[in-house]
Design a protein around this ligand. Structure first.
Ligand code: SAJ
Length: 438
């Protein structure tokens, strides 16, 4: 059946479905529609369905090309969104792109994945290929997806339908370009399934590698690549703490370390936010199911989660130097997005900092040129403040002369200002990774 499906994919006759039209599912659906497939998008939020069928992109932020592509594929009738799973009855390929968060105990919350599998089973077409693109803990296909689909469809994976995992590698702001240009791991439950997935993804990924693997390898690769990044950031942050203690500048240390072959020390900062990096190490750890003692990955998460609190400690120290405490101090937090020049505030380190400062009795104001709730004139907002704290390296902040802020204390969580210039302006300075003597 799979060779016949491969032929239908090649002829663009295979009917495709995407469950979950979020910041991953929607661009994926648009790209397969653009490649000539008929795509049904199933989305739980009816308002989102209506906007998509009107040819309007519901995705926030700058996504080059997405709005135009969506309008085009909706206008040609290649993409149609619905809330009704009945639309999937005649679909040969079903991609699952639902959210897979972890809860405060670092356990995956698979509610959306489970309900998608339960709703898909009864309408699953015989011989269909189901591919989970969401980032999932190693072992999830085996322990969650396959049992649910077999139970809800009354059929058997590998016989009546086929299963695969192909994690996406998107980034806000680069959704379409990442999907087109980044390699993908085609994790199939059999080599024939992987081969079929490669035929499918070649339709939207013209050049990049499509690597065949089994499902658990595909689940491991995505969670590992992000845990790798998290551990490397944590290492840079720990070196920053050492630099503060011994009176060095972590950026100079990093620059010289990275001249050594095979080194790639990451950038120390005020914390790690976003939708991927804080979550995926926990999905990887969960996959081990307690069968391996993990110390490095959880510790790296703790180091990174501790950075906003370290920034608060630096602020408290700098205020104390001027005879002030946090209680009653008027503090401007500069940057609330999790990443420079982005409006995305998911898991923002600034949220942790603001909570800690307010708990300590500080009067906190927030500015962020990219986040609607916090836009405004940063210089005007800084007037009368006892301190300013840089949490995000927005380009707009880098363009400022720190002396213009007119604050007696500056804590630079991303080292966007030159400590020498800040000192010269008579400002009490602290920087993450910048020892007091530099
Ligand atoms: N950060 C540091 N130091 C660093 C790098 C990042 O403190 O050296 C902080 C950032 O300030 C941010 C957080 O970590 O708060 C995450 O930054 P990120 O650059 O990793 O951005 P993300 O969250 O968009 O990560 C995505 C991931 N891509 C996917 O999951 C498909 C990640 O795997 C990529 O490496 C990253 O984009 C990228 O830069 O491509």
């Amino acid at each position: 059946m799979l060779s016949e499906l491969q032929d239908r994919i090649a002829r663009r006759e295979a009917r495709l479905a995407v469950i979950g039209l979020g910041y991953v599912g929607l661009p994926v659906a648009c790209m397969f529609a653009e490649a000539g497939f008929h795509v049904s998008g199933v989305e739980i939020r009816a308002d989102r369905v209506a906007r998509i069928n009107a040819g309007e992109s519901p995705i926030e932020g700058e996504e080059p090309g997405l709005a135009e592509l969506l309008a085009q594929v909706v206008a040609t009738g290649r993409l149609r969104a619905t809330t009704d799973y009945e639309a999937l009855r005649d679909c040969d390929i079903v991609l699952i792109d639902v959210e897979t968060p972890v809860d405060e105990d670092h356990v995956p919350r698979y509610g959306a994945l489970r309900s998608a599998c339960r709703a898909l089973g009864p309408v699953l077409k015989p011989g269909a290929l189901v591919i989970v693109e969401s980032t999932i803990a190693p072992g999830t296909i085996d322990r969650v997806v396959r049992p649910l689909l077999e139970e809800s469809s009354g059929s058997h994976s590998g016989v009546d339908f086929y299963l695969g995992a192909c994690p996406e590698r998107v980034m806000p702001g680069k959704l379409l370009s990442n999907l087109r240009s980044l390699s993908r791991v085609c994790g199939g439950e059999t080599p024939e399934v992987s081969a079929t997935m490669m035929v499918l993804y070649r339709a939207i990924i013209p050049q990049a590698d499509l690597d065949a693997a089994d499902c658990v390898t595909a689940e491991l690769v995505k969670t590992t690549e992000n845990a790798f990044r998290d551990v490397n950031i944590a290492f840079a942050n720990e070196v920053a703490l050492i630099c503060e203690a011994v009176g060095a500048n972590v950026d100079r240390v990093r620059e010289l370390v990275n001249k050594s072959p095979g080194r790639n020390m990451h950038v120390a900062g005020a914390g790690v936010g976003g939708h991927c990096i804080p979550k995926d190490p926990w999905l990887l750890a969960y996959g081990a199911q307690g069968r391996a003692e993990l110390r490095l990955i959880p510790t790296a998460r703790a180091v990174n989660d501790g950075m906003p609190l370290h920034v608060a400690a630096l602020l408290e120290e700098a205020l104390a130097e001027r005879g002030q405490s946090l209680r009653g101090a008027r503090v401007l937090v500069m940057g609330y997005a999790y990443l420079e020049n982005s409006d995305d505030t998911r898991n923002s380190p600034s949220e942790v900092l603001v909570g800690a400062l307010r708990a300590a009795g500080a009067d906190v104001r927030i500015h962020d040129p990219w986040v609607e709730d916090y836009q405004g004139d940063v210089l005007a907002m800084a007037q009368g403040c006892d301190a300013a704290v840089v949490m995000v390296a927005h380009t707009a902040y880098k363009a400022l002369d720190p002396g213009q802020l007119g604050v007696p204390v500056l804590v630079d969580g991303r080292r966007i200002y030159d400590p020498v210039r800040v000192h010269a302006a008579g400002i009490t300075y602290r920087g993450v990774g910048v020892g007091k003597r530099t």
